[in-house]
Design a protein around this ligand. Structure first.
Ligand code: PLP
Length: 405
């Protein structure tokens, strides 16, 4: 800062007593030229501006007034995400679930309206619809969305307002044909919401083929380091006004520190995610070769139902960074496996730099009854491995020794 600006700032405070200066000193200083290279964390819940300017901002002009409406650090992240997803507008939420809720709320569903959901959606997304929307008279149906003929029949019968799906399902890793589903849904007047968490913008950008809203749990690959919880929603201006109005009312905006962490995570997403996908592919091949597991699920394995069309879905050759294993046995066997792990972290998430193991029957699909899980193809011996960036050999060795425990 130049001397003139320093003098100007210190003279500003000198007329007040020490107790007053302690409260105000150092704040709202005249800015000196020079932009920070990295967008700073803006920890302020209000903003000051001349009343005429404040009046304009509160009336909809760009600018900052109150942290529940907008925050510069959050805006830096949403700007980045809108560009990466090739959308026009993005919002950031306190969690992925808050983003999914926002996407559904933007559909302005009323009693008698219907929703079509992928059968193997993330468990909490199914619970959200079941526990918050169905009691309001909204009808929700789940279906296997890999069967396009059945989807068309369902769309024609149900006439849903919206369809929600993930492109790589969890934990069975089935791959959905996003462009075909979007085209079908639109033909029957349904909006399309895609949860792009497992695919990231590196494998899929659903807005480019016409999806209406894309949501992310930014807690996963986008943040990537196991520290922040957050959600992102990317869309077109058509939905933005409703979403922004609802976010302001509900106060679901992401905090600035989390926004900063997730924005920093984006910088290495390409390096981390590609390495994770390569590790996952090699790990799946390695684990499928032998009799340690009843089954190994990974989209690039020849045994996977969509392996033949993989290059159509993901032309880059990567097929996600999750491998699902089936142990011979139930809960006790899985607990023994989880306790024997020495490197792989048994924790309920995906997308971190370190490899993680999750037991779907206990965690992500805990709210589904055993019968519901069986209908979804989720067995009691199933373990989901979210592959990290460690050396492949160390990950493989740890899983193999735990499987022999
Ligand atoms: N969508 C998917 C695919 C997820 O796996 C998760 C969390 O595991 C969520 C949404 C919810 O995200 P969050 O935990 O950030 O609320």
């Amino acid at each position: 800062m130049d001397v003139a600006t320093i003098m100007q700032n210190s003279h500003r405070d000198s007329r007040w007593q020490l107790s007053t200066r302690l409260v105000h000193a150092g704040e709202r200083l005249a800015a000196a030229p020079g932009l920070p290279t990295v967008h700073p964390i803006s920890m302020s819940n209000t903003y000051v501006a001349p009343p005429e300017v404040m009046d304009e901002i509160l009336g909809g002009a760009p600018g900052y007034t109150y942290g529940r409406h907008h925050n510069p650090t959050v805006d830096a992240l949403t700007h980045a995400m809108a560009g990466l997803e090739e959308g026009e507008a993005a919002l950031a939420y306190a969690s992925g679930m808050a983003a999914i809720h926002a996407a559904l709320a933007a559909m302005e569903l009323g009693p008698g309206d219907a929703l079509l959901l992928s059968r193997d959606l993330y468990g909490a997304s199914l619970n959200l619809v079941d526990q918050l929307l169905c009691p309001l008279g909204i009808q929700a149906e789940t279906a296997d969305l890999t069967d396009l003929a059945a989807v068309e029949a369902l769309l024609s019968r149900l006439r849903p307002r919206a369809m929600l799906f993930e492109l790589i399902s969890n934990p069975l890793l089935r791959i959905l044909d996003g462009p075909a589903l979007t085209e079908l849904a639109h033909r029957y007047g349904a909006r399309v919401i895609v949860d792009n968490t497992f695919t990231t913008p590196l494998l899929a950008r659903p807005l480019t083929y016409g999806a209406d809203l894309v949501v992310h749990s930014a807690t996963k690959y986008l943040g990537g380091h196991g520290d922040a919880i957050g959600g992102i929603l990317v869309t077109r201006p058509e939905f933005y006004e409703t979403l922004y109005r609802q976010q302001k009312l509900l106060g679901t905006i992401l905090g600035p520190f989390e926004a900063w962490l997730i924005h920093r995570g984006l910088k290495t997403l390409d390096l981390r995610f590609r390495r994770q996908c390569q590790n996952a592919q090699k790990l799946a091949v390695r684990l499928a070769d032998g009799d340690h597991f009843l089954a190994v699920h990974y989209p690039a394995l020849p045994s996977h139902p969509e392996s033949g069309r993989l290059s159509t879905f993901f032309p880059g050759g990567e097929a996600g960074a999750v491998v699902t294993l089936e142990l011979d046995g139930g809960k006790e066997r899985v607990f023994r496996f989880l306790k024997a792990l020495q490197l792989v972290v048994p924790a309920t998430t995906v997308g971190d730099v370190y490899t993680l193991a999750l037991y779907p029957a206990m965690a992500s699909h805990r709210s589904q009854s055993p019968a519901e899980r069986r209908a979804m193809g989720i067995t009691d011996g199933m373990v989901r491995i979210a592959v990290g960036i460690e050396a492949l050999e160390d990950i493989a060795q740890d899983i193999l020794q735990a499987a022999s425990a």
